[in-house]
Design a protein around this ligand. Structure first.
Ligand SMILES: Cc1cc2nc3c(=O)[nH]c(=O)nc-3n(C[C@H](O)[C@H](O)[C@H](O)COP(=O)(O)OP(=O)(O)OC[C@H]3O[C@@H](n4cnc5c(N)ncnc54)[C@H](O)[C@@H]3O)c2cc1C
Length: 277
């Protein structure tokens, strides 16, 4: 099947993109890497849209060192996130996540802003952003605003972005001394979306555990984090199972997803132990 014909306009810069969005009367769809949007249009899950192509807006690409944090432009492609020396050094979770996302062709086109705005519950970058305590930058007709990643993902494919806003960047704090960042997931085949995945960040201030592909949004598992802070791994595994209410689908049952959440947590904790031994 092919997408139905709709409109197309290439934005010169962010103000131009915002003007095009405002003029589209709710029918505008931002086109970044196109890896999810075009597939959805081909399947007629998204029809008759006015495509607003932001892919040539140079100011939305690249990584800026901002001292204690890094600002990653929305159009920074997955492959560039994985290869960027600043990100590899200061937010290894994001760089490691790239190896789990799809295949090389998709990683060469897909953008971090697209992955965050798309808010697929099985995607890696949204979970990483919550685990790292990232900040999402958006721009709309009333200027820029910042949204904590924890508040950004509202439901399946639904975010706090307003219809007339564009995601422009994500800021990620740099890892502190001795911080460990681990991503673990189980997928049927390399490059498939995760059946269930987990991000674990161990900071001086405590642990952060975020599950993905286990519910409608990335889940920050507070009780499991508290148990891990207290050194109680069995308690953390039990708390994680209590916190999850994953779906059953053709890929995996809810019971299996709950089970592997605990397996992934034990693996991640063991990897941190090996790293810090
Ligand atoms: C076969 C296949 C396998 C995949 N496997 C994985 C996987 O394992 N893990 C994973 O995480 N992802 C996976 N993906 C998705 C891939 O990572 C996408 O590239 C990504 O989700 C969307 O990025 P994009 O730049 O292509 O966005 P697009 O497809 O261009 O846009 C996606 C959505 O976000 C909106 N959008 C995009 N950018 C912005 C912005 N700056 N501001 C506001 N709205 C915006 C669009 O309007 C659209 O609704 C897979 C995709 C395919 C086709």
């Amino acid at each position: 099947m092919k997408a139905l014909a709709g409109g197309y306009a290439r934005a010169r810069d962010v103000p131009h993109a915002l003007d095009l969005l405002a003029a589209s009367d709710g029918g505008g769809r931002i086109l970044a890497g196109g890896q999810s949007l075009i597939a959805a249009m081909n399947m007629r899950l998204s029809e008759g849209d006015m495509l607003i192509d932001i892919s040539r807006i140079l100011s939305l690409s690249g990584v800026i060192d901002e001292g204690d944090s890094m600002r990653i432009g929305a159009l920074t492609r997955h492959a560039s996130v994985g290869a960027d020396p600043l990100i590899r050094r200061h937010a290894p979770l994001l760089a490691d996540a790239v190896d789990y996302i799809a295949h090389a062709a998709i990683r060469n086109r897909g953008t971090i802003g697209g992955a965050l705005a798309h808010a697929d519950p099985a995607a890696e970058f949204p979970a990483c952003a919550v685990a790292l305590g990232a900040t999402i930058h958006a721009e709309g007709p009333f200027g820029p605003r910042e949204i904590a990643a924890e508040d950004f993902f509202e439901d399946v494919f639904t975010t706090a972005l307003a219809e007339d806003e564009i995601l422009t960047a994500v800021s990620v704090p740099k890892a502190g001394q001795g911080e460990a960042q681990i991503l673990e997931e189980i997928a049927r085949r390399s490059g498939d979306y995760a059946l269930t995945g987990l991000c674990l960040v161990k900071r001086a201030s405590g642990h952060r555990i975020v599950m993905f592909s286990a519910g409608p949004t990335p889940l920050l598992a507070g009780a499991a984090m508290a148990a891990l802070d207290a050194g109680d791994l069995d308690g953390a595994v039990a708390a994680l199972a209590d916190a999850l209410d994953p779906p059953s689908d053709t890929q995996a049952s809810a019971a299996y997803r709950k089970h592997i959440a605990g397996v992934l947590l034990r693996r991640a904790v063991a990897r941190i132990g090996e790293q810090q031994a």
